[in-house]
Design a protein around this ligand. Structure first.
Ligand code: BGC
Length: 506
């Protein structure tokens, strides 16, 4: 399907920007309403010094995770040692099990950032996410590959895994609404290999990797200065290049493949589950209680696409229940249903710059059925209660606050990784590249520029990092861009790196 030699990955985003709404411009219908909105603005706004405090704690937690297993941020060495050199060439199959889709990709690496790939994508239905099926993604989705010779496969598994080698590991816990308890503690790669054997498919699982590790590798293939890969989609996480000697907990045999640097899968969605620094609101607590993994991944729940719509729904209902938003909330209203407010609606609302907020009205009235009632035949019929412009402005304001807070928290994590690695795996004069993937970064208006604003705010308080991000004079030293290859290229590169290690062992 896709044949895209793509020598130049672009940082340009194909999406509109938001025109920010100022709470003082809204024509509130009462003082009480104005006060309630001001209160929400206060709860959801993170100023520079709060962000810096979060970043400082993040750096400490990174160090703890590197020192010892079982810490809040897992900091898992991926066994992907050293950097790419651009000459990587070969054909691989890749399988990607993420939060929302399973993707099968056939990848041809042509060297120096050139990739040709073909892919197929399947949506993971809700039932499967919690099924006891032997291995949900293999038994339910037949992979038909007409092969004469054995193909090597890179298996991207976007959940916390403790790697035991470049091609093996054990699942630590599920995230993103998945829960197949019997898989915890088991090796997903071994399950997959077993399924291939059972189906007589000549495929060898050569690498098991996290999606963020794949993003780093795919971006590095185009941009050799890449040291960080971020995932900002259904879930959130980061991987970065670390010096092996800075990982005291990583004890290895002299016979293991050696290298000076290794990519670390951080699993930073678990950051501050102890709630020491994150300004968790009652709206976040509600989301946490309704989630499959209550009490865990609190940072992820404030940032990632799976949760932002639900946080927004909680804020809007808080106002509606106090009769400070929407004139009539019928009991049949779709918004009463948990998870009804999709994060994709937030993108539409953020991008709505029309004077009457027309697209916002469509989401609230046509999609979510506000202002209509169900007749006896359960068909929606219009009632007189539609949204007012003030309602829609308040909705847009809330969406903007939740989206911006998420991007700024992601910036705090990124600032922490940059601070920890500056002068170690990248130098101030040449700078660092960061590859990012995931639906939030791809499609959410202004997410990228909000991250950059957040970095600027934090670095403004750190004399040695000041100006690195937007480049006070000349070119920015911190260069962040979209991984245009998707997951396939990174997994193929990881399978290739696994092959290199085998050759070194012989
Ligand atoms: C998982 C990570 C993954 C991230 C982004 C999180 O829920 O724990 O392993 O990288 O989502 O997909």
């Amino acid at each position: 399907m896709l044949a895209s030699p793509n020598p130049v990955a672009t940082t340009a985003m194909p999406k509109p920007v938001r025109s920010p709404l100022d709470p003082s411009q809204i024509q509130y219908s009462s003082k009480k309403q104005q006060q309630a909105v001001a209160d929400i603005v206060e709860q959801l706004t993170l100023d520079a010094s709060t962000l810096k405090g979060i970043k400082d704690h993040f750096v400490q937690e990174m160090r703890k995770g590197l020192a010892k297993d079982g810490e809040t941020i897992a900091m898992v060495p991926s066994y992907v040692l050293d950097r790419l050199n651009g000459t990587e060439i070969g054909s691989y199959l890749t399988l990607d099990v993420g939060g929302t889709y399973i993707r099968v990709v056939s990848v041809n690496l042509l060297g120096h950032g050139q990739v040709v790939s073909q892919h197929k994508k399947y949506k993971i239905d809700e039932e499967l996410k919690t099924s006891e099926a032997k291995l949900l993604f293999v038994d339910e989705h037949a992979i038909v590959v007409p092969l004469e010779t054995e193909l090597e496969l890179g298996f991207t598994f976007s959940f916390p895994v403790k790697q035991t080698g470049i091609d093996s590991g054990t699942l630590i816990t599920w995230t993103k609404g998945f829960s197949c308890p019997h898989m915890v503690g088991k090796d997903p790669a071994a399950f997959l290999q077993d399924a291939f054997h059972r189906k007589n498919i000549p495929v060898r699982v050569a690498a098991l990797l996290n999606d963020t590790v794949g993003t780093l590798l795919a971006y590095e293939y185009h941009h050799p200065s890449t040291v960080i890969g971020l995932g900002l989609g259904t879930g959130c996480n980061g991987a970065y290049l670390e010096r092996v000697e800075r990982i005291p907990k990583w004890k290895r045999d002299p016979s293991d493949p050696q290298g000076e640097e290794v990519i670390v899968n951080m699993e930073f969605g678990a950051f501050d589950s102890e709630r020491q620094v994150l300004p968790v609101t009652m709206f976040d607590n509600k989301v946490d209680r309704k989630s499959m993994n209550t009490g865990k991944q609190i940072f992820e729940k404030m940032i990632a696409g799976m949760y932002l719509g639900e946080i927004t729904r909680n804020v809007l209902l808080h106002l509606a229940d106090r009769r400070l938003l929407f004139s009539d909330c019928s009991v049949q209203w779709e918004m009463n249903r948990v998870w009804a407010f999709d994060t994709a609606y937030m993108s539409t609302i953020e991008a709505d710059n029309s004077p009457s907020l027309k697209a916002t009205q469509m989401v609230l009235e046509s999609t979510l059925g506000f202002g209509s009632e169900l007749d006896a035949g359960r068909q929606r019929v219009d009632s007189s209660m539609a949204t007012t412009l003030v309602d829609r402005e308040i909705v847009k304001m809330v969406v903007q606050l939740v989206g911006q807070r998420a991007a700024r928290l992601a910036a705090a994590a990124l600032a922490g990784i940059l601070e920890h690695t500056m002068g170690v795996t990248w130098q101030e004069d040449t700078g660092a590249s960061i590859g990012v993937d995931g639906s939030l970064y791809r499609y959410y208006p202004s997410f990228r520029s909000d991250i950059l604003d957040g970095l600027d705010a934090i670095f403004g308080l750190e004399p040695k990092m000041k100006g690195l991000c937007r480049g006070e004079s000349g070119e920015a030293k911190i260069r962040m861009g979209l991984n245009t290859e998707g997951g396939g290229a990174g997994a193929a590169l990881c399978a290739l790196m696994a092959g290199r290690q085998k050759v070194m062992e012989v």
